[in-house]
Design a protein around this ligand. Structure first.
Ligand code: S3P
Length: 748
């Protein structure tokens, strides 16, 4: 066995939660030995028969001997007694955790045993997963998958213990969140304990009536849904209500007050107020649906991650394959889903944006296998096979998902709502809603300024239009063309300048005829797509950071393999070459209908500033943050014009980059549609041009990655805030960048 996470894990108690975690540990070989102590001999025998433990003990002291992880998986009220018993047998390096639903009382129990000197390995925890079933047989290896696990590290908890527990729970595919004990108990009182209390109480209220038989016999779905959790273990809830008494009483007070308000509205027949309350609550439920639907991968708004890049880097070298193209990955799922037959995708980008699209189609009833090592199999449902999702579709950070899906959803038979994270919620959606309305769609941008959420009413009959795009946007072009698949007659779009043409290319690959005549693209509605093989090339937009990194670093030598070089995406290559970069495109070939090549960059010449040709702007639209870093290292001025679109990307990339560059000592002037950057480099001189400093990325992945590259020419440390969105497009960024020679430290 290669290095397991733990030498010996001892479970004290082995019910639903404990045995599920044991299943994960055994299945993934996370420990050399797993043992348990429970009072029930039968549980131990069953656990052995299930292969979950190799030894069972009735005395916890025997179980914990030599254990480096002890999991208390028993009722919280038993914590103090057990701790007293096992305390002398816990070593300094042992991690001690629990899985109880309340945390304050667990900490109190530990303090009663240890006094104020709690062991460094003690980290209370609470997996928010469970079911009405109990016992060792009810456990499931995937019980925690896509669920949250809250750890409540104490001031005394050591980071090695916290880190290892995070690793353990992440292996169970849980999303780990750290919060303090009081916050945990207050949050849980409202979100879990109060709803359980209300469910038990309502069932009790109805069960005590004389006509209870009728009530239960004729109970409709509402009662069934609401009372489901009242089937849980009474003893456990009895304990929880006492254990979290203070926070629960607060929550009950709030409930009583709110109940009084609605009661009065009904009593006074205050129709307007009652409609207001119900409408508000319904909108809130819809708005937060995506959170209730548990999509942990995409719920990163609140997480703040930081990159720290230390100065002193000397090299930037290596051969790399960056992850799959984001634009192509999105489209492979969308088109595969509405095709007839099966679509097999390789090289799929397992980043959060593309996963948001994938999840949206799963939510609409499409069966999708994977992604696993970039492979995805989509069982297409045909043009009329999508089903109404149970709740709002959550698009995370992804503008591409929201705009392209707007077109597709406008043509469906069902209503949909799409929401997004903080960054996406600020992005303009009227640009796609407007042309779709001209096609007959019923679509509303319900945010403040034509921004998400986007609400779409189905059942509309769409008709083809011709639309002159007011801005160069592949997303808007694609959204309109996709609606056109279901529209009557021809749908055509004329773009002011060519933008990425992946939609056109891939629709053709799925057997759908799309005409391109100059700047005009058209198709005729009513056809069908046929499942196919899609090979996603490496994303030139991700490769761009490495190209710039190599171009600004002396003696660098980077080879980026199998990068997509679709001519509508190669502005970065052209612009870097014009700036004098030593860049060659080698081994050009075709893979899966898209041209690809290896890109070789060496830091052998100093860059010079240029006026960026406006016709290159749409072809390099996502690469400007990285190019601005290159411009700062160049000799002379770089001027960008005709790039107003940069202001409505994941952040206002002109302003945010200008702010960051200024912080790091670069003289630059943002303009309405571009920027002027005074390069600080000198031909033949590779010394630092940036001073270091604190950068705010505004939840924009490309801002974060661009300023990381600035670390290659910085005299001081760079701290970049809000870097969690890097995972939307380039989940392996820090790993690859550090392999090349950067020193990025990630902290959360
Ligand atoms: C994309 C189009 C571009 C680009 C985005 C992906 C696409 O956006 O910036 O990252 O996949 O169609 P716009 O259409 O807003 O220019």
């Amino acid at each position: 066995m290669s290095q397991p996470l733990f030498e010996k894990v001892a479970f004290i108690g082995l019910g639903l939660i404990g045995s599920s975690l044991a299943r994960v540990i055994v299945a993934q070989k996370l420990a050399r030995h797993v043992v348990a102590a429970t009072r029930s001999q039968k549980t131990l025998e069953d656990a052995k028969a299930l292969g979950l433990i190799e030894q069972g003990y009735s005395d916890p002291v025997e179980a914990v001997q030599g254990a480096d992880l002890i999991v208390l998986a028993l009722p919280v009220r038993a914590t103090q007694k057990i701790l007293e018993h096992i305390k002398p047998h816990i070593c300094a390096h042992t991690i001690l955790t629990d899985v109880g639903s309340t945390k304050g009382n667990v900490v109190e129990a530990a303090k009663a045993v240890y006094g104020t000197h709690l062991p460094p390995g003690f980290v209370p925890g609470h997996p928010i997963a469970g079911s009405e079933h109990t016992g060792v047989h009810a456990g499931k290896v995937d019980l925690f998958a896509n669920h949250k696990v809250i750890l409540t590290p104490l001031p005394s908890s050591a980071s090695w213990a916290v880190d290892k527990l995070i690793e353990l729970w992440e292996a169970a595919q849980a999303e780990v969140i750290c919060m303090d004990v009081e916050k945990h108990d207050e949050v849980l009182a409202h979100t879990s304990h109060l709803p359980h209390l209300m469910a038990f109480n309502l069932v009790e209220q109805l069960a005590s009536r004389e006509d209870n038989l009728d009530i239960f016999r004729y109970a409709a779905g509402g009662f069934r849904d609401f009372s489901r959790v009242a089937a849980s273990d009474p003893q456990m809830w009895h304990d929880i209500f006492f254990a979290n008494k203070k926070a629960i009483l607060n929550a009950v007070d709030g409930f009583e007050q709110q109940l009084g308000i609605i009661r009065k509205m009904i009593e006074n027949e205050d129709s307007q107020a009652l409609m207001g309350l119900l409408g508000h609550a319904q909108a809130a439920r819809q708005h937060f649906n995506h959170m209730l639907a548990q999509k942990p991968l995409m719920e990163k708004n609140k997480v703040t991650q930081q990159f720290t890049i230390l100065p002193g880097n000397k090299t930037f070298q290596g051969k790399f394959t960056v992850p799959g193209d984001k634009s192509v990955s999105h489209r492979s799922i969308m088109f595969g889903a509405i095709a007839e037959g099966t679509t097999h995708v390789t090289g799929f980008l397992e980043g959060e944006d593309a996963l948001a699209t994938l999840q949206a189609f799963r939510d609409m009833g499409v069966s999708i296998e994977g992604p696993k090592n970039g492979e995805v199999t989509i069982h297409g449902v045909g043009m009329h096979g999508l089903k109404a999702p149970a709740s709002a579709l959550y698009m995370g950070n992804s503008g591409t998902s929201m705009r392209l899906l707007s077109g597709m959803l406008a043509a469906q038979k069902f209503d949909t709502v799409m929401t997004g994270d903080a960054s996406l919620s600020k992005r303009p959606m009227e640009r796609i809603a407007k042309p779709l309305r001209l096609m007959g769609a019923q679509i509303q941008t319900t945010g403040e300024k034509g921004t998400p959420p986007v609400s779409i009413s189905g059942q509309q009959k769409l008709h083809g239009i011709h639309y002159d795009l007011p801005m160069p946007s592949a997303q808007v072009k694609s959204g309109i063309l996709l609606a056109g698949l279901w529209a009557e007659g021809e749908t055509s779009v004329t773009e002011p300048e060519p933008t990425r043409d992946h939609t056109e290319r891939m629709l053709r690959a799925f057997g759908y005829e799309v005409k391109t005549e100059g700047h005009k693209i058209s198709l005729i509605g009513g056809g069908k797509l046929v499942g196919t093989e899609i090979q996603v090339p490496s994303d030139i937009s991700s490769a761009a950071f490495f190209m710039v990194g190599a171009a600004i670093t002396q003696n660098s030598d980077v080879l980026l393999e199998a990068v997509g070089i679709n001519p509508t995406r190669t502005g970065i290559i052209e612009i870097l070459k014009q700036m004098g970069a030593d860049l060659t495109v080698e081994n050009e070939r075709i893979a899966g209908g898209e041209p690809i090549a290896d890109i070789h960059i060496r830091g052998s010449r100093t860059l010079k500033g240029i006026h960026i040709p406006e016709d290159q702007v749409p072809l390099a639209i996502d690469e400007f943050p990285a190019l601005f870093v290159a411009a700062a290292c160049a000799e002379g001025q770089t001027v960008l014009t005709g790039a107003a679109e940069l202001r409505v990307k994941e952040s206002d990339r002109i302003q945010v980059m200008a702010d960051g560059l200024k912080t790091m000592g670069i003289d630059c002037t943002p303009t309405e549609d571009g920027i002027i950057i005074e390069g600080k480099g000198k031909i033949g001189d590779w010394s630092a041009v940036f001073t270091g400093g604190e950068i705010e990325s505004h939840h924009d992945h490309r801002i974060a990655m661009s300023f990381s590259m600035a670390g290659l020419r910085s005299s001081g440390t760079i701290n970049i805030m809000g870097t969690e969105t890097v995972a939307t497009s380039f989940p392996t960024f820090t790993e690859l960048a550090n392999k090349a020679g950067l020193a990025i430290q990630v902290s959360e």
